[in-house]
Design a protein around this ligand. Sequence first.
Ligand SMILES: O=C(Nc1ccc2c(c1)CNCC2)c1ccc(F)cc1
Length: 360
Amino acid sequence: MSDSDKEDLFYAPAKGLSADAEALSVLEGQYVLHQTIGSGGFAKVKLGTHILTGERVAIKIMDKHQLGHDLPRAYLEVRALKVLCHQHICKLYQVIETTNKIILILEYCPGGELFDYIVSKDRLDEEEARFFFRQIVAAVAYIHSQGFAHRDLKPENMLLDEENRVKLIDFGLCAQPEGGMNCPLETCCGSPAYAAPELIRGSVYLGAEADVWSLGVLLYALLCGFLPFDDDHIPSLYQKIQIGMYEKPNWLSPGAVALIDSMLQTTPIRRITVRQLLHHPWLRTNPSGFLLGPIQYESNYQLIVLDEEVLEEMSLVLSMSPTAVKEEILHWKYDYVTALYFMLMHRKIHHRPLHLRPHS
Ligand SMILES: O=C(Nc1ccc2c(c1)CNCC2)c1ccc(F)cc1
């Protein structure tokens, strides 16, 4: 890692340098940092390698001072990612916090953004769009079942792993209403082109219903390669969203149009729900026209019963008894022990060998 990167990563005013130097040492002791693979509003994402396992990771670095009044979003994302463990949600492995930085060690998604994939193919055919959209609906149904609404669903926030599986990221705008998912929200947030009419109107709205609208915009973008509502002039864009009229290109099948129409209903109560999406015929049709099963949205992760093979490997590497390792893991501190467990699980899920060199 170049000095400028080091500088960039941990430049801090005179005070607090030691705290950031400490973060650097924790990071550098466990991870090798490589090039920047993404930079959002208030975060920089670097490719990293976990030294112990050789696994690649995404290292999301947020500067607390640059975050300013957005700092709560970072804590909200951490809280959400600790609860949301799902095969279609980018996995949080470890959290490192210092005086000036919040650093998240996340699952690396080598396929990059779904957005770039659509652009590279101009638009997707129905079969491929269905392949991705079924996974996205599963992820959103799971998030809602855990009491969260994402509120910023768009192809830029959907990454692809090495098997082209979708991984949802960026829970900085998600909401977990105190009173549950039937409790109205007020904050207007997310990206304008994907925002539901009730959200941009400033009315109180239900997070789940607003997420379904965004899914409708997303499916349209997958199948068409452009947005249903678009305008460089934001007030005109909002007008178009409120009216809810959009082009229906001739390549869209009647089934796809019907599904998109059911999601892009400007009146929230007339909009299809995520539960109904799980059973929707267009999403259950396979290439030869047979009916697939309803979309399974439950998580494949087991957080109570730990994987014995991974436990075994960790007790060797950490020179601890399997019982002591199990005890340590079940605290889910999102420290290097949590990271090691999830990274070895990731290896196992992708059928790669677990063995590691003895702990040096
Ligand atoms: O893996 C990530 N991004 C990523 C990975 C690979 C590539 C890109 C981004 C973009 N260029 C193509 C290759 C990633 C993972 C988690 C996250 F919060 C943010 C980004």
